[in-house]
Ligand binder design. Structure first.
Ligand code: ADP
Ligand code: MG
Length: 351
């Protein structure tokens, strides 16, 4: 399938740990004004203004748990590992500025494989305009481990939290939902077909958007800027890594509020709709529980509606209610179903 077929293989031991770090990081340039010292010393040095606050977030990805290298090319893995962290920074309404990258590698990886991983990291760093300022490199007895820490900045007191939504606020989501989960299902299915028949050629034409959303997700760097341009201050915000339902529940529980989410408002791409029809899946369940969309979910004051109305990046999917009303999905048939974090059961609507 998408396996990397490198002919020349250099053992990591040929370069040694320091040689390897130099080799992997030689193309990283410093672009951010706040990076005083990047890779090469005991620690990086970052400048900070007294008018700003620092946002910091970290994620750990473990082979076999978070990714499967049989269909996840290393370049995409590097890119995605950066994106999942940046998404958390943007979800604070902050600007991402630096990352550190730590890897645990087994000796089954040649230098060329790590070069690919770092090519993905480099591409993401350039695209999102962040500096790679450090990391750590160690050996792993099992699979590949990659941990990225992202650093961002926000004007003092302006970070947007999960626990500050208020009754009557509107619930807004960026982009569309469910595609990344379906992309993963398609890749898992093709892997099984490939295992039975290695000569089979997958026809993935109908699923390109879904697969791209899984293999090469993007973080919504544009949204903090868009909201600032629209003069909208979100009252709460979170990124969608575990599925819409669980993120809404985080906001509502954290803020001691309830919500009404309208099924017919959930934004879905045409490929999500057609693939759900093909596999007899319920698209609402996929959007609610799928995860890995890396879109942003936020609340705004009802009076801000005219500012966001009709914006192609933003969809109003519901509103915040009193805590006593609970967290509900209002179905197309106009029935109220309590939202649950995972395994939401569509058949309930039929009863
Ligand atoms: P130390 O012994 O102080 O931990 P290292 O030899 O591990 O230092 O790292 C040397 C420099 O290279 C440091 O600036 C460190 O942040 C950076 N570095 C180490 N591993 C990586 C990596 N995988 N990616 C990016 N930078 C790294
Ligand atoms: Mg070290």
């Amino acid at each position: 399938m998408l396996e990397n077929k490198n002919n020349s293989k250099t053992s990591i031991s040929e370069l040694g740990e320091f040689g390897l770090i130099d080799h992997l990081t030689k193309n990283f340039k410093i672009d951010q004004k706040t990076t005083v010292k990047g890779i090469g010393d005991d620690a990086a040095v970052l400048a900070c203004k007294s008018s700003e606050e620092i946002v910091i977030t970290t994620d750990l990805l473990v082979e076999g748990v978070h990714f499967d290298l049989s269909y996840m090319p290393l370049k995409h893995l590097g890119y995605k590992a950066v994106i999942v962290n940046l998404s958390d920074v943007y979800a604070m309404n902050a600007e991402a500025t630096q990352i550190t990258v730590s890897i645990g590698v087994s000796n089954r990886f040649p230098v060329e494989a790590l070069e690919e991983l770092y090519e993905g990291i480099h591409t993401a760093a350039k695209y999102y305009n962040i500096d790679v300022v450090g990391g750590d490199t160690t050996s792993s007895r099992t699979g590949l481990i990659i941990s990225i820490t992202a650093i961002g900045r926000i004007a003092k007191g302006k970070a947007v939290y999960r626990n500050t939504a208020k009754e009557n606020d509107l619930l807004v989501v960026t982009g569309d939902l469910g595609a990344a989960y379906l992309g993963l299902q398609i890749l898992e299915r093709e892997k099984k077909v490939f295992e039975v028949n290695p000569k089979s050629q997958p026809d993935l034409e109908a699923y390109t958007y879904l697969i791209e959303r899984h293999l090469k997700p993007e973080a919504r760097k544009d949204i903090p800027k868009l909201l600032s341009d629209l003069k909208v201050v979100p009252t709460s915000m979170i990124d969608i890594s575990d599925g819409l339902s669980s993120e809404i529940i985080h906001i509502c529980k954290g803020s001691n509020v309830g919500c009404n989410l309208y099924e017919d408002k959930i934004p879905l791409d045409q490929q999500v709709i057609s693939t759900c029809e093909e596999f007899k899946l319920d698209s609402t369940t996929i959007a609610l529980s799928g995860g890995e969309d890396y879109e942003l979910l936020f609340t705004v004051k009802a009076e801000d509606y005219p500012k966001i109305k009709g914006n192609p990046n933003l969809t109003v999917i519901g509103h915040i209610t009193n805590e006593n009303e609970g967290m509900n999905l209002i179905t197309r048939a106009n029935t109220k179903i309590p939202l649950i974090a995972r395994g939401w059961n569509f058949s309930k609507e039929d009863s």
